[in-house]
Design a protein around this ligand. Sequence first.
Ligand SMILES: *Cc1c(COP(=O)(O)O)cnc(C)c1O
Length: 378
Amino acid sequence: MDKRIYLCLAHMSGKEQDFIKEAFETNWVVPLGPNVNAFEEALESFVGENKRIVALSAGTAAIHLALIQLGVQPGDEVICQSFTFCASANPVTYVGAIPVFVDSEETTWNMSPILLEKAIQDRIVKTGKKPKAIIPVHLYGMPAKMDEICAIAEKYEIPVVEDAAEALGSEYKRRKCGTFGTYGALSFNGNKMITTSGGGALIVPDEAAKKQTLFYATQAREPFPYYQHEHIGYNYRMSNICAGIGCGQMTVLEKHIAHHRHVHALYEQAFADIEGITLKSNPAKEFDANYWLCTILIDPVATGFDYEELRVALDAKGIETRPLWKPMHLQPVFAHNPCYIDGTAEKLFNKGLCIPAGPFVTDEDVAYIVNEIRKQLR
Ligand SMILES: *Cc1c(COP(=O)(O)O)cnc(C)c1O
C-alpha cells in the first residue's frame, strides 16, 4: 500500500470555505461575529440539557477559564485523572494550583470513583482543606462513570470540570458527555472529532455563566467607554474565521461520529478471533463512546510481540499507531505531585496502542490494518 493511514485526520465537508468566504466578504475577520454565534448555537443544540457554550481558542483555554471561574487559587489542589493528555492537568498549574492525580478503573479506563473518594478524604486529612475541583476525562471518547463521580463530588460539595475534549458526541445514559459537570471542555484541534484548525469550547450551566466566561475570554473589560479593568482577563475567544470552519464541520459531525463507530464495529468483528488482542469497547449499555480513537491491548505472551514492536512493524507498513497516553503521575514534570494510584493506568500504558479510526479510514484500510497485525502473530 503506498498511502499512509493516519490515526485521525481533519476531514472537511466542503462547506467550510463558504462560511469563511462570507466572513471575508462581510469583513468579520475578528474574534467575534456571525460564525462564532452560529457555531455556538449549533453546539448548544447538539449537546442539549439547556447548556450554554462559549467558543474559545483551545480546549486548554476552556479548562483554564473553568478553574478561574471556580475560584481556584495558588496553593489549592485539584483532582485530575492521571491517565490523560497533559492538557487536562496543565491549566491547574496556570492558576498556581497543584494537580493531585487519581488512577483509572479498568472498565472505562477513566477516573476510579473509589480512588477519587480515597484521594478527597486523604487530602482533607493531610492539608486541612478540600480539593477545589475534580477533572474527570472521557479518554478516547469513552464516557467515565459519571454517576458515581458526580455523587462523590456532590457528597463533598466539590465542583466537576469535565474534560470532554475527546468525547464530542459520546453519551453516558443517553446524555452527552460534557454536560454532567458544572463546566465541560471541548476541543476542536486538528485531530479531534471535528476541527476548527485549532479551537475549543466551554460548556457552561446558564446565560450568566456564559456572560462571565465571555468576560474573562476577552480581557475582562468592564463596561466603560474607555478600557477599565478590575480583574485579570485572557485573550481566549475563537476567531470568526475558525468558527466558520466549525460551522462547516457541524454539518458532518453526526456523519463523522457514525463513521468512527462503524470503524470500531469492523475492528470488533475482525479482532474477535485474534487471541491476545483486545479492542476497547463499551463496557455496558449505559456507555456509548464516539470511538474518537480505537484502542487495543496486546498480550505479548499470546501474540509474540509487545505494543512497541507492533507499532514499529505497522509504521513500516504505512500505518500510524500511537502508544496509549503516558499517565501524568509518571511524567517527570509532575514527579512530585500527590497521587492515588493502583497501577491500572501504568498497566494500560505498557500494553496498549491507538489504531486509526478517522474519517479517511476506509473499510479496506481496516481490513489491511487487521491483516498486517495478523501477519505479525507468532
Ligand atoms: C486535546 C485535548 C485537550 C486540549 O484541547 P486543545 O484544544 O488541544 O487545547 C484537553 N484534554 C484532552 C484529554 C485532550 O485530548
